[in-house]
Design a protein around this ligand. Structure first.
Ligand code: FES
Length: 167
């Protein structure tokens, strides 16, 4: 069964005819040709498919495309401003935050979302009030990025890049 949805991807609106069973990841990769988002496990376990969905991190392999009608999606292709890489993308290069690169698009989208979450603030464990600009030490970064696996084990570089981009 097919249906039509509208998706705004990296600032561009698309009217798409899709199979109702398609994942957002398949629509991005196959219908829109945006192959930056990777299909690792296709089961929500590796994070290679992470995108920003209405500003929040999401595994595109787990999101049914039909349920995202009207949503705004940012993929790794939308992180740079034209030819100008984002500060986080530059920090990934400077800090050798990848080896094979397969997980990198998901790591970048996830870290971008996490930095935005930190800027908005998250509940303090003690007061439950939103703490804007909370401490983002190595433990916190590893915990908040734990949905993004790296088979090459480039975690040290990833943490260093996130901290540098934040500084
Ligand atoms: Fe989506 Fe692995 S491909 S989490």
């Amino acid at each position: 069964v097919e249906t039509s949805i509208t998706l705004t991807v990296n600032g561009r609106e698309h009217r798409l005819r899709i199979d109702v069973r398609s994942s957002l990841l398949d629509v991005l990769r196959e219908d829109l040709g945006l192959t930056g988002s990777k299909k690792g496990c296709d089961q929500g376990q590796c994070g290679a498919c992470t995108v920003l969905l209405d500003g929040r991190r999401a595994n595109a392999c787990l999101a049914l495309a039909v349920a995202q009608d009207g949503a705004e999606v940012t993929t790794v292709e939308g992180l740079a401003d034209g030819d100008a890489l984002s500060p986080l993308q530059r920090a990934f290069i400077e800090r050798d935050a990848f080896q094979c690169g397969y997980c990198t698009p998901g790591q970048l989208c996830s870290a971008t979302g996490m930095l935005e979450e930190a800027a908005r603030g998250w509940p303090s464990a003690v007061t439950e009030d939103l703490t804007a600009d909370p401490d983002l030490d190595e433990t916190e970064i590893r915990e908040r990025m734990s949905g993004n696996l790296c088979r090459c084990g480039a975690y040290e570089g990833i943490v260093a890049a996130v901290r540098e981009a934040r500084a």
